[in-house]
Design a binder for this molecule. Structure first.
Ligand code: EPU
Length: 417
């Protein structure tokens, strides 16, 4: 298994290009299931999760052209196997995003229940309840969700809690339903908006994406489209947090600064100087960061996917930070690893108190999930001496060439195979 070796202490200097968003690309790839016409995508990141999704769609009968330079063409002319098997869903929970589109297009779907997860329970009850409200019959048997519906019908669905992939699944299902669907308490994440834009380009009738009420008028069929996936706001935030922690001056290109308000606000609070122009962000950090307290929340609140990276920054900050994780109940696995690097962190329930120390010390640590890994990379960049991060396959799931991009910025980081 690959590892990362980092020798900390270098400031980051230079320019970095932001990749397409993983969490927008995954649902958008699933949108290909909704039409027999080709869907042509650009800015799709080269990631393990994208490969896994392509493999899953391929098993169902979707023809997928060669991926090159972020382009991928998909065509679901015929779908002969509307099933997402356990072997795939257990490696990537986002596989559940096939449920809504498969049911809408084929009248049937068999999707494995995802089971446990390193960051929390993550049930899919809201996805199921929403589809039932649209007239689907759903049985959970032998570990699989088995859904059938001759044609889904529009419904008013009030979600009990805000769920990103739940909103995406129901929005996709509703595009082909009979009548109007209204999703209330919908997720407002930019990735939901990006999916809605792609669906609209395919001929779907969607209003309100980006607000908490989304109205979808079902159509008889969707057409093909060409669509460019939005920039990855979490990758962007990860680089920004790395500079704020390690110091330096970096120019980020191809970003979507308008999706990063809470992250940029917190980094300014930490003492970073940040300027935004079009799709570019400039960040400069010349001193030890100030501790920043935060509370994760659905968009536009502070993203849970940025919590580990900010914890790394707080580990070496001046002062004490209080972090509240309100989205996932078990998303502090990285804190124990950061303690191995000398961090002073106390966890109580969903709260973490991080007392900044002057410096961390390199050690061997283990990555437990994608964003935890990103947090550990930042901790490694600011630690004295050598840090080795094991199990970095988690990073490969969601960051395109992270170590190459960091090394181009002057970090001493290499992959050990
Ligand atoms: N939840 C339920 N029932 C449901 C659905 C969700 O109780 O039916 C709960 C979850 O257990 C969690 C909360 O609702 O406590 C929010 O979960 P949500 O459904 O929004 O998460 P998700 O859609 O499974 C997406 C991202 C995650 C990101 C979260 C929160 C994708 C593919 N994944 O997950 O990204 O952390 O939203 O913003 O979009 C990552 O990229 O590393 C990642 C984990």
């Amino acid at each position: 298994m690959d590892k990362l070796r980092i020798v900390g202490g270098q400031p980051l200097e230079g320019e970095v290009h932001i990749s397409g968003a993983k969490n927008a690309a995954l649902p958008i790839l699933c949108a290909a299931l909704l039409t027999e016409r080709p869907l042509s995508l650009e800015n799709v990141p080269q990631l393990m999760d994208v490969t896994t999704m392509a493999k899953l769609l391929g098993q169902m009968g979707v023809e997928i052209g060669a991926r090159s330079g972020g382009r991928v063409e998909l065509r679901a002319a015929r779908l002969d196997n509307p099933t997402a098997p356990y072997e795939m869903v257990k490696t990537m929970r986002a596989s559940v995003l096939v449920l809504g589109p498969l049911l809408a297009r084929c009248g049937e779907a068999r999707v494995s229940l995802p089971g446990g997860c390193a960051i929390g329970q993550r049930p899919v009850d809201q996805h199921i309840k929403g589809l039932q409200a649209m007239g689907a019959t759903i049985d959970v048997e032998h570990g699989y969700i088995h859904a059938t519906a001759s044609r889904l019908r529009g419904a008013r669905i009030v979600m009990d809690l805000i769920t990103v992939t739940g909103t995406e699944n129901l929005m996709m299902a509703a595009t082909l339903a009979d009548g109007i669907t209204v999703l209330e308490n919908a997720a407002r994440e930019p990735e939901v908006v990006d999916l809605a834009r792609c669906l609209s380009a395919m001929g779907a009738r969607i209003e309100g994406a980006g607000s908490d009420v989304i109205r979808i008028e079902g159509v008889a069929s969707l057409a093909g489209a060409a669509y460019r996936v939005m920039p990855d706001r979490i990758e962007t935030g990860t680089f920004l947090a790395a500079v704020a922690a390690a110091g330096g001056r970096v120019h980020l290109l191809g970003a979507a600064p308008g999706t990063l308000d809470s992250t940029i606000g917190k980094l300014r609070e930490a003492g970073a100087r940040i300027e935004v122009a079009g799709d570019a962000i400039d960040i400069a950090m010349e001193r030890r960061p100030d501790a920043v307290s935060l509370r994760t929340a659905p968009y536009p609140g502070f993203a849970t996917d940025m919590q580990a990276q900010f914890m790394a920054l707080d580990c070496v900050a001046r002062g004490t930070a209080v972090i509240a994780e309100t989205i996932f109940e078990n998303r502090y696995m990285h804190a124990l690893e950061m303690q191995r690097l000398g961090a002073d962190i106390t966890i109580q329930g969903n709260m973490a108190v991080v007392k900044g120390v002057e410096r961390l010390q390199g050690a061997t640590v283990m990555a437990t999930d994608l964003r935890a890994s990103a947090g550990l990379v930042i901790a490694g960049l600011v630690a004295e001496g050598e840090t080795v991060i094991e199990r970095i396959y988690h990073l490969d799931r969601g960051y395109e060439g992270l170590e190459k991009k960091l090394s181009a910025l002057g970090a001493e980081i290499e992959r050990i195979r």
